[in-house]
Design a protein around this ligand. Structure first.
Ligand SMILES: *Cc1c(COP(=O)(O)O)cnc(C)c1O
Length: 847
């Protein structure tokens, strides 16, 4: 056994089991099985064991949670409120054990009870309250804010149905509802005593003092559910508060005279539909009324909660001073995750003016200094522009306020740029051409003191293109905050062998300071270390091979390169370009079966928005190609194509550590940041990618020798379109590409229905919006280079090491520290909390 392996046994991120604690865990587990699950071991199911275990682990959070919240109340620090329509949390059990450092103890207890902990962990449903990167970012942020001791709260919606379950039937995507709460959620605590009213519809009247009043509204109640968010081994537990819609109790009482009491009770469902389901769109604005209701429901409930907490601060209560709202931005920072919660800007104005009686100008200053806005995309189809008719009907007072904000804003713009009417038109929050709409990004920029992009390139493009006028008008208002991922979930939890190997070399400081990973660079000639890296990767690859055999009955070659393209299905992410590479390899094998090719297993995974025709066609194409390739005896195990069903957080945790090659191939200028790219880098996969989003900064950190960059840069893409891009120019010049477009067009992969994928072919030869054909040749050349380097094992492994060692920048701990100091005005790592005296067994220990 090598030294590394000896060390791995001693130093484990799972910790060391302690005998007395093992006994306590067993006692607690049995107590929960008996008293909470009301089962004995003769009748208990694996799911009962999962819940008993979850309850046992949760108990260890309770005192820490109460004490953290007590500390915030006592010390009244500035709070951060992270508002998001999505929190893509995934599973919670193993993350909680990891944060508390009780994993090894629980492992041992469960082993002694004769139970398989990994099997129980698999029973937990993912909390799929997000679509993709934006929702997962919010979840990683919560982890880092707790770990950095920032007094933070996540605020979102408790969707009864999260992101749909994706099935693949006959090669097509089929959606099933995600009934994730069916068996109960052990991590949430309902707080009916803190329920709050939210108003909709009605009309606005002026009272005797010419003050606006919003009357005749329909009321819906917001019921909070709290979930604990533990920091990493620091005894801090923050809260995620998710709202659920509840119908009013005395609703329509006076109309019951007509006898339809039963109908009235049934109609409560309509109201409660507000939080029924997550909209399954990623980077697409759908403009549905129910979605606007969700957005307002979130911000209306949350702002009441924030103001209540502000007013009830110890200082305010003790000193009995008049509540001074001018200090609000010194106590409250609200960050909005994209424009989805941006109606909150109008809502805070309404509360300050109509409810608290402040002047417009005071209210505006407070609002702007409180809000920060994070932009997540420049794709025009994703920008939220609500029709005035829709917004004005549901939120008439907010529409008035938005008009007033716009009037005053345009007055200022007019002063700076007299007679520049085109500029006024471009910058208006109210769009007048065509159907009148409210541009929510404009509202968010005008109503926040900082707007940030999520990677350096994206932030530069915000300022230079889409929001150029705003950047000129508000110098200093635009910032960059490059996204990140939490190294706890995305390395320690999903890849503990690699985490242990790293710790054995450089200690465990990297877990809360990921920049420490640079220290690994000095091992790039340490053959034992590189062998250990390869061995760990190989183990993960075997596990994924077993998984694919089990799930899809496809036998893959574990020595092949695992080439992985997992993310939401979207044309800008160019899964189609990768499919063209697959077909290229297939055609080459068929043309010359004896040619030496580097074996690959190419894996795709990702959900298409249910209404996104082209994305669904691309899924069908990939599966049709897979069927042909995987069943062709000439191909053998040189090439396999697997579409992994239902890609989600828990599946990402399985796939990422097994990847050799990470596909990050969006058209330059379209992917704001990406975070999948960072997960793969941290787990020692190499990236093939364009100069887009955070890929640019990844390349900068590791050096161009350690990443496979191809394709057009943003400037090239712009030039191409400016010249008038015709994909046929590229197709006619490349024989392999021409053959493939022909094959898709004539139904080579769907011989029973030759016209089936005509739309995909047309998206290549006629309307190639994301320049797939223009980048094809460069992509294929780079893929050929990837294959050659893969054969050079020492070189490949050294590159893996440099990827891992260069990924320190991409921790959300770094991202959140930057938000804290540069946007929120908060110093991280100031709070120190001791472990609670009260463990679940303190009572017994005292006796
Ligand atoms: C990280 C993650 C994403 C984001 O991936 P990108 O490649 O950045 O689009 C999407 N879905 C899941 C489940 C993730 O874990």
């Amino acid at each position: 056994m090598s030294t590394d392996q000896d060390l791995r046994k001693q130093i484990s991120v799972r910790g060391i089991a302690q005998v007395e604690n093992v006994a306590n865990i067993k006692k607690d587990f049995n107590r929960h099985l008996h008293f909470s699950l009301i089962k004995d071991r003769n009748v208990a199911t694996p799911r009962d064991y999962f819940f008993a275990l979850a309850d046992t682990v949760r108990d260890h959070l309770v005192s820490r949670w109460i004490r953290t919240q007590q500390y915030y109340y006592e010390h009244d620090p500035k709070r951060v409120y992270y508002l998001s329509l999505e929190f893509y949390m995934g599973r919670t059990l193993s993350n909680t054990m990891l944060s508390l450092g009780i994993q090894a103890t629980v492992d041992e207890a469960l082993y002694q009870l004769g139970l398989n902990i990994e099997e129980l962990e698999e029973i937990e449903e993912d909390a799929g309250l997000g679509n993709g990167g934006l929702g997962r970012l919010a979840a990683c942020f919560l982890d880092s804010m707790a770990t950095l001791g920032i007094p933070a709260y996540g605020y979102g919606l408790r969707y009864e149905y999260g992101i749909f379950k994706q099935l693949i039937r006959d090669g097509w995507q089929v959606e099933e509802p995600d009934d994730w709460l069916r068996f109960g959620n052990p991590w949430e605590k309902a707080r009916p005593e803190y329920m709050l009213p939210v108003n909709f519809f009605g009309r606005v009247v002026k009272d005797e003092n010419n003050q606006s009043k919003w009357i005749d509204t329909t009321v819906v109640f917001a019921m909070p559910y709290d979930t604990p968010i533990p920091g990493f081994r620091n005894n801090i537990v923050n809260s995620l508060r998710l709202w659920s819609a509840k119908a009013e109790n005395h609703f329509h009482l006076k109309f019951f005279n007509d006898g339809d009491y039963v109908q009235a009770v049934m109609d409560r469902n309509l109201t409660e539909n507000i939080t029924r389901v997550l909209y399954p769109n990623d980077n697409i604005f759908s403009g549905k009324e129910l979605r606007l209701k969700q957005q307002y429901f979130l911000v209306a409930a949350t702002l009441q909660d924030i103001i209540r907490r502000f007013k009830s601060s110890k200082y305010g209560v003790r000193e009995a001073v008049r509540i001074d709202f001018d200090t609000f931005p010194e106590k409250v920072a609200i960050q909005i995750n994209d424009t989805h919660p941006s109606i909150g800007i109008a809502e805070l104005m309404r509360l300050l003016i109509d409810v608290e009686g402040l002047s417009y100008d005071r209210a505006w200053k407070i609002t702007v200094n409180t809000f920060g806005y994070t932009n997540h995309t420049l794709l025009p189809e994703a920008l939220e522009r609500w029709p005035v008719s829709l917004l004005g009907n549901m939120l008439p007072r907010h529409l008035e306020i938005i008009y007033e904000i716009n009037q005053k804003f345009l007055d200022e713009v007019g002063k700076k740029y007299p007679k520049d009417f085109d500029r006024l038109r471009r910058m208006s929050i109210v769009e007048e051409d065509g159907e009148k709409r409210i541009n929510m990004a404009h509202l968010a920029i005008v109503g926040s003191h900082v707007t940030n992009g999520v990677a350096a390139l994206h932030s530069r493009l915000l300022v230079e293109t889409t929001f150029k006028d705003f950047a000129e008008f508000f110098p200093g208002r635009f910032q960059n905050k490059t996204n990140g991922i939490t190294p706890r979930r995305w390395l320690m939890l999903c890849n503990s062998p690699l985490a242990d190997l790293i710790t054995s070399k450089i200690g465990e400081a990297w877990i809360s300071d990921l920049s420490k990973l640079v220290e690994l660079k000095k091992f790039d000639h340490d053959q034992d270390f590189l062998n250990s890296l390869e061995e760990i990767k190989g183990d993960h690859k075997l596990r994924v091979a077993d998984f694919i055999k089990e799930e899809y009955d496809i036998t893959i070659n574990p020595n092949s390169m695992y080439d992985v393209h997992v993310k939401r299905l979207h044309e800008y992410k160019r899964q189609l370009l990768n499919a063209l590479h697959v077909i290229t390899l297939y055609n080459r094998i068929k043309a010359d079966p004896s040619a030496k090719i580097v074996p690959r297993t190419i894996m795709f995974g990702g959900k298409a928005a249910p209404g996104y025709h082209m994305a669904k066609q691309i899924i069908k194409l990939i599966n049709s190609v897979a069927t042909v390739v995987n069943n062709d005896p000439i191909v053998g195990d040189k090439l396999k194509v697997v579409f992994i069903e239902n890609y989600r957080v828990s599946l990402a945790e399985k796939i990422t550590p097994a990847a050799d090659l990470s596909e990050q191939i969006s058209t330059a200028g379209t992917e704001a940041s990406g975070t999948g790219n960072m997960k793969f880098m941290l787990n020692g996969a190499l990236t093939i990618g364009t100069m887009d989003g955070a890929n640019v900064e990844m390349a900068e950190e590791m050096g161009l020798d350690n990443i496979f960059i191809f394709g057009m840069r943003v400037e090239d893409v712009n030039e191409l379109h400016a010249k008038g891009y015709d994909p046929k120019d590229f197709i006619s010049k490349n024989k392999e590409l021409a053959q493939i477009v022909e094959q898709i067009d004539t139904g080579f992969f769907t011989p029973d229905q030759p016209d089936l994928l005509k739309d995909v072919a047309a998206a290549l030869h006629t309307n190639d919006r994301f320049a797939v054909c223009a980048d094809y040749e460069s992509f294929i050349k780079k893929q050929d280079e990837v294959s050659q380097v893969y054969l050079d094992r020492p070189k490949w492994l050294k590159m893996c090491l440099h990827n891992i060692a260069s990924s320190g920048k991409f921790s959300t701990d770094r991202t959140i520290s930057d938000y804290a100091t540069e946007i929120w005005g908060i110093t991280p790592n100031e709070i120190r909390l001791q472990p609670p005296y009260e463990t679940p067994h303190a009572e017994e220990e005292k006796k």
